[in-house]
Design a protein around this ligand. Structure first.
Ligand code: E4P
Length: 217
């Protein structure tokens, strides 16, 4: 499973990248607004940290302008992945940009049929938002399972990028049902390493080691 960081926080992305946990990065207009940074500048800087795909989202709503924005964003770096919303215009732009060789992440997917359309239009990634479905008491994980089945039924190569991940259980569940990629905020990725018995065990080992009076180096 690939790990993408859902963030524009350069320090957090770098720190996770140094550990070896960053296969790519996703952003959206809300994340960029929160960063308070210039969009294109911040994308360029993220693209230098990781060689993986960095999703940069268009804000136009008609296909022609989405394509123009997408082509412009692609000039920032070779690893920019153009993020398009799951609308008919977004799908048209996906079809055209994908045929030009641009990686496309189709975002704001909330149904299996939407995912089917994105795959037919050549999307590199489909982003089902599981947390936002859970927020309205629907089953986000079931959506990932359904998309997995549909894509496997027809051999679609579009990767399932589980998005809107809010906690460590979401990550485990997505891995169990075979999401190709998950994108999560840095805090969630860091939390994956935590276990109370790991902390307790390490504390005991270090206490016992101290009693030996030895040193390794
Ligand atoms: C994914 O690409 C989105 O940026 C993100 O996962 C949205 O998450 P949210 O629902 O927590 O805002």
């Amino acid at each position: 499973m690939k790990f993408f960081v859902d963030s524009a926080d350069l320090d957090a992305i770098s720190a996770l990248n140094d550990i070896g946990l960053v296969d790519g990065v996703t952003t959206n207009p809300s994340i960029i607004a929160k960063s308070g940074r210039d969009f294109k500048e911040v994308i360029a800087e993220i693209c230098k940290i990781t060689e993986g795909h960095v999703s940069a989202e268009v804000v136009a709503t008609d296909a022609d302008d989405m394509i123009k924005e997408g082509r412009h964003l692609r000039k920032i770096a070779d690893n920019v992945c153009v993020k398009l919303p799951l609308t008919m215009d977004g799908l048209k732009a996906c079809n055209i940009l994908s045929k030009e060789g641009t990686p496309v992440n189709v975002t704001l997917c909330f149904s299996p049929n939407q995912a089917l359309l994105a795959a037919k239009c050549g999307a590199t990634y489909i982003s089902p938002f599981i947390g936002r479905l859970d927020d309205i008491t629907l089953d986000g994980l079931e959506l990932i399972e359904d998309i997995r089945t549909i894509y496997d039924n027809y051999g679609f190569e579009t990767e399932i990028l589980a998005a809107s991940i809010r906690n460590v259980n979401h990550v485990k569940e997505c891995a169990l049902v075979g999401a190709d990629v998950m994108t999560a905020p840095p805090g969630v990725i860091e939390s994956l390493s935590k276990h109370v018995l790991t902390d307790k065990g390490l504390e005991a080992f270090l206490k016992d080691w101290e009693k030996t009076g030895q040193s390794i180096l």
